[in-house]
Structures are given as structure tokens and as C-alpha cells.
Ligand binder design. Structure first.
Ligand SMILES: [Zn+2]
Length: 441
């Protein structure tokens, strides 16, 4: 498989164009200090994808005389990422983009970054035997797994391929297809049933039914092997950016094995989470989870590895879109809702509850229950208090929003433009107000 021309093309393009954008910006800044008026400055370099592409097409013969060997999509992928990065940086600087500050795009290295290229035009198809895919420039590629699920949808006409992305991850090459899918609206097995899900570190999830989903702790299981592989890599001659030393072949091999070990953990974790979220969304009509402050918990260095290993944020993301697919709804309890401190029997709230207390004992009604089951039951009860608001709710900006009854869910979307924050939050019990609720739809 000759992907190497694509790889070098990809990084050359992003780097060359980024250098140009930077050079023009620096030039203009310097000219301003000389007192040149705005009209006399070097013309700006546009940041939009078409503008960057135009500049690239003018410059490519000089900076990359080998450009014709590569697919134009390789250049386009790099330019698209650069345009996106520059927009994010400027939006973040002007306050248009919420969340963590986005820095100025950095130069990438062919050796360090994940090579990927997205094909949007040309011959993209799955061969009838479902064992091969055909991509522009790369031709016919043998797949490790059968592409039958995609092929079935394509044959039935319920999916249309919009793009195919080839990337290398953990030592393997992957191809993923972005499709517009016509999805039949599912129906949970028990549409009226509600389940509260308490996420934790001791157990991955405890359901209000008393069912316990153990935390598989893949990182712990692989830790010894990963330590050994990391130690082995550290004894080899690695790359050094200060002296410009290249890594040895033996270091490359050792670090590739370490990368495989990390990738395996990530795959195991993803598989487990998908199975859990699929099971929950297929069975229950309403699922209630807590809005955990995952970024804040990851700042706690003693818990960070465990929490990252459990994958709370990913679990929540999967629940949000799968409830939409399966016709259920997801209710997210407010971050400050005291699910652990409240008695699920009488509603009394304790002021203090140490993390070490694994059993909840109510001094008022005498309830004795596992701590996590108690929390999960409280979450489930929360759904009943908001159920009266029906399917029509408002989102955070106050606009009306209906839970969609059905129809196709996946629509054409530019990659990387997923709408964030599709799930709203429920305020703590007692100050529930309809207009502050949204459900994932
Ligand atoms: Zn009680």
C-alpha cells in the first residue's frame, strides 16, 4: 500500500501553508511598526479553505515539485485542518468560541503525528465480496474485517457514502466512512421503564435496579506489560529534538509495540462501553445519569488514571446519541444534585457522607442500602419529577425544542462540526423548572 506519498504530502502542505500564513502575519505586523498605512501593507492571506487552496495551487510547483504524485485529497486534508485550526484559534481569541482557549496551530511532524487523509470525491466503494474497498489513488485495499454492515446498507439504499478517511492508529491502517444514513426509529423494549445510572470507579456503573456493571480496569490489567514495554523503549536510542538525533530502528520497534499495547486498551474500553450503552438504550425508555465534571476530576492526579480508564465522558456521549436512535430519552441530573447524600426512601439529605462509607444508612427512616444503588435510585426518581413536562422542552437559550418522534437521524454534516452540548441539565430536586430542561433527541 503506497500511502507514503500521501503522508509526506499531507504534512508538507499543512506546514507550508501554515508557514505562509505566519509569514504574512509577521510581515504585516513588522510593516505596521515601520508606520506603513493599512493600504500599503502586504495583502492578507485568507484563512478559508478555498483561499488556502488557491495559495497552495500557486505555490505548489515551487515548494513541492512532486505534488502530482500525491492525491489532491492529501493536500486538501491538510489545508482543511489548517483552516479549521486558524478559525478555532481566532474565534477563541475573540470570545466567539466558548470553552478552553485554543492556541495558534503548530507545525506537525511526519514522525510524530497520526497520518490521515480524507477522500471526498472519486471512486469510493465497497467491493461486492465485502472484503475490499476501492479508494481514489490507493486502488483496491484488502480489509481485515468484513465490511458487510456498510455494504448491506449501501445495497439497500439506506446509506450514502460522503467521504472515506484513511488513518494509521496504533500501528494499523484504518478506513472509516462518513455516511448519510436513513435510520429506522427504534423502540426500547420497556418504553415506560426508567433506569438511574450511577457512575463510579469501584464499579463502572450501578443501575437503580441493583444491577452492577463491574469496572473492567483495562489499564490496570495491562499496566505491567506497558511498564515493561516503556522501559524497553527508554533503553533504546530515541529521538532528540534538541540535538536533532533520529530514533534508532530498535527504538522505533519498541515504541511501536508500546503503541499497540495502548491501542489495545483503548479498543477494549470502547468495546465494553458500546456494549453497555447499547444494552441500556435498547431496554429502557428513560435513562438518568449525573452530569459529572470529568475535566475537573481528571485534575485530581490520584484519580485521573482510573477515571480516564473508565471513560465517563464517552459513556455519556454514547448514551446521548443512542437514546436518540432507540427512541428513548436521556435525562442528565445537575452536577450539584446530591444523588449520593439523599435517602432514596424518604428523601432526607445528609450533610456529610464520606467516600469510604459504602452503605447508606438513613437515620430518619432506617433505610440501609448500598451507597451506589441508593444514588442510582435517586437519579431514577429524578426522571419522574421532570416527566410531566412532556416531550416539548426548551434548550439553554430558551428556544422551543421538541424531541423528534422519528425519521432519519444522521444528516449530512461537515466532519468535525458535531453540535456540542446536545444534552441539557436538570436542576436539583426542589427547584425543577420546565424551561431549564432539554433531552437528548
Ligand atoms: Zn430515609
Amino acid at each position: 500500500m503506497t500511502i507514503y506519498p500521501l503522508r509526506s504530502g499531507l504534512h508538507a502542505i499543512g506546514g507550508t501553508s501554515l508557514a505562509r500564513v505566519k509569514a504574512v502575519m509577521d510581515q504585516r505586523a513588522a510593516e505596521r511598526t515601520y508606520g506603513i498605512d493599512e493600504a500599503g501593507l502586504t495583502p492578507t492571506q485568507g484563512w478559508s479553505l478555498p483561499a488556502l487552496r488557491r495559495a497552495w495551487n500557486q505555490a505548489k510547483a515551487d515548494v513541492a515539485p512532486w505534488w502530482a504524485e500525491c492525491s489532491k485529497e492529501a493536500f486538501n486534508t491538510g489545508l482543511d485542518a489548517l483552516a479549521r485550526g486558524l478559525t478555532n484559534w481566532s474565534d477563541s481569541r475573540t470570545g466567539k468560541r466558548a470553552g478552553r482557549r485554543v492556541g495558534f496551530p503548530r507545525f506537525k511532524s511526519r514522525r510524530r503525528s497520526t497520518p490521515s487523509v480524507r477522500f471526498t470525491t472519486g471512486a469510493i466503494r465497497v467491493e461486492p465480496d465485502r472484503r475490499y474497498v476501492v479508494l481514489p489513488r490507493l486502488g483496491r485495499l484488502k480489509l481485515h474485517e468484513s465490511a458487510r454492515k456498510l455494504a448491506r446498507r449501501l445495497e439497500a439504499g439506506t446509506a450514502r457514502v460522503l467521504s472515506a478517511t484513511v488513518r494509521r492508529d496504533g500501528g494499523r491502517w484504518y478506513v472509516s466512512f462518513t455516511c448519510a444514513v436513513q435510520r429506522t426509529q427504534g423502540m426500547p423494549a420497556c418504553p415506560d421503564a426508567t433506569v438511574g445510572v450511577d457512575l463510579g470507579v469501584t464499579h463502572l456503573a450501578v443501575l437503580s435496579t441493583g444491577e452492577v456493571e463491574p469496572n473492567p480496569r483495562h489499564v490496570d490489567a495491562a499496566a505491567r506489560r506497558m511498564r515493561r514495554l516503556a522501559r524497553r523503549a527508554s533503553r533504546r536510542v530515541g529521538p532528540d529534538r534538541r540535538t536533532g538525533r533520529r530514533a534508532s530502528k530498535r527504538w522505533e520497534r519498541a515504541s511501536a509495540r508500546l503503541g499497540r499495547a495502548h491501542a489495545r486498551v483503548a479498543h477494549l474500553r470502547r468495546d465494553g462501553l458500546h456494549k453497555l450503552t447499547s444494552r441500556l438504550t435498547r431496554e429502557y425508555g428513560t435513562i438518568v445519569v449525573e452530569d459529572l465534571h470529568v475535566a475537573g476530576m481528571l485534575a485530581n492526579r490520584r484519580l485521573a488514571r482510573r477515571i480516564a480508564d473508565a471513560g465517563f465522558a464517552e459513556l455519556r456521549r454514547q448514551l446521548a446519541y443512542k437514546t436518540g436512535w432507540n427512541g428513548g430519552r436521556l435525562v442528565v441530573a445537575d452536577r450539584w444534585y446530591p444523588s449520593s447524600k439523599t435517602c432514596s426512601g424518604c428523601g432526607a439529605v445528609k450533610t456529610k457522607l464520606a467516600l469510604s462509607e459504602r452503605t447508606y444508612t438513613c437515620t430518619l427512616c432506617g433505610l440501609v442500602l448500598d451507597r451506589d444503588v441508593n444514588a442510582a435510585r435517586n437519579l431514577a426518581a429524578l426522571a419522574a419529577t421532570v416527566a410531566g413536562s412532556g416531550s416539548e422542552t426548551r434548550n439553554g437559550r430558551g428556544a422551543d425544542r421538541k424531541t423528534r418522534p422519528g425519521g432519519p437521524v444522521a444528516v449530512k454534516r461537515q466532519p468535525g462540526t458535531a453540535t456540542a452540548g446536545k444534552t441539557g441539565t436538570v436542576p436539583p430536586q426542589g427547584r425543577t423548572s420546565n424551561h431549564e430542561l432539554t433531552y437528548a433527541s
